[in-house]
Design a protein around this ligand. Sequence first.
Ligand code: GLN
Length: 468
Amino acid sequence: MFKDYNLENVKAKVSEALVKAKKSNELYNDVVTFVDPSEQLATMPKSGKMLGIPIALKDNVCTKGIKTTACSNILNDYVPIYDATIVKKLKDAGAITICKTNMDELAMGGTNLTSNIGACLNPWDTSRMSGGSSGGSAAIVASGAVDFAIGSDTGDSVRKPASYCGVVGVKPTYGRISRYGIIPYSSSLDHVGYFTRSIYDASVALEVLAGRDDLDMTSSNREVEAYSDNLNSDIRGKKIAIFKNVYDGLTNEQTKEIFGKLLANLKAKGAIVEEVSFDEQLLKAILPTYYLIANCEATANHSNLDGIRFGVRKDGKDVEEIMINSRTAGFGSLIRKRFVIGSYGLFVENQEKLFRQAQRVRRLIVEEVKRCLDNYDCLIAPASNDIAPKLDDHGRDELSNEYLIVENHMIIGNFTGYPSMTLPMGLIDGCPIGVNITCRAFDEQTMFNIGASIEEITGLKDLKKEVA
Ligand code: GLN
């Protein structure tokens, strides 16, 4: 990072990043819109924690005067008239946005295959997916074009692509970062998150991004801590709970081996590492519970994308037909399917037995996790069973524990709102795989400290697949 303000140095660094980002985009399709940095360079502050650092923003972050499509046709011509609060904070810290990144349409998806500009490819193996929904942000940090990118995480959309692309993906506590100006998905689950390649950078970034914002009523008044000054990888005496149900569902022997070695090393560093099991029935309910809550809330949140209030308009003979035509043309099939589920769950006659029931199950899951974290500093599990799937991989058994629990356990971080982070733990066949840790509400410091210890063990700090 730049200690002293020197505009020429900043300009050089930003143009180098733009060259790399263009290359990265040619190879991986990770960018939706490039941003001309001249105005930001002319108005940038002379000091700040991210002074002169080129960054990328997921395309669901509103940027004044810059197209923000969330990779949906319905928002193809949407140019916000205001900046999201985090955009202001990043500018105030001296960061320079160079691009908006590819994502699953409206952040709904885990593959980045549903983007209206096409899939984002995995920098480690372009026959594989980047993961989603924040795939573009994960890929562009993995490619080394930028050291920091914003994502959003409603189910695991920062932490899963972080695992697949071999970078650090942070989802802080619900309310820690303002969501004002982020195109919503599911308001009770949405979090702003971000990607870096080191825990230190992740700890600095949260100091920049966190804090109360009166424009977001869900943002917290809690003081922002000095995470980077207090970073400490000494984990002697820290109590770490191995998420046993996830471990038991793993089928990939190499993942088990990498994870097992990591646990042994954490023990060797003085942590108390023990297995913890949760009620299996509750864990199997994670995905259906999530889909109901997320789709119901998404259906309500996106009712304004009707071609009249917002969105590309298609003609029709009356208001209703305009809305139907606009929404039919504007949304991809996955989104339309989810709106059907969401509308069904919200019907007056269904609301109690579906939406409200899902909220009750969510509460039971939260209580289970809370009980565990009352006794442990952190819950740990592989972020996924495997490295990134192939782009055409549809062969999953959606009723297996491997899928229901192993591939979706990180949703717990959204149900609880607890801070959760993925960082690389190893490589299989030349592709990265991540480990996920979840800590108590607002205990990001412990999360970063344990992360720093893991980073020392793996030696995978600043892992990247650099574009030439
Ligand atoms: N894959 C999940 C979904 O499809 C998570 C998405 C997210 O976190 N934005 O909803």
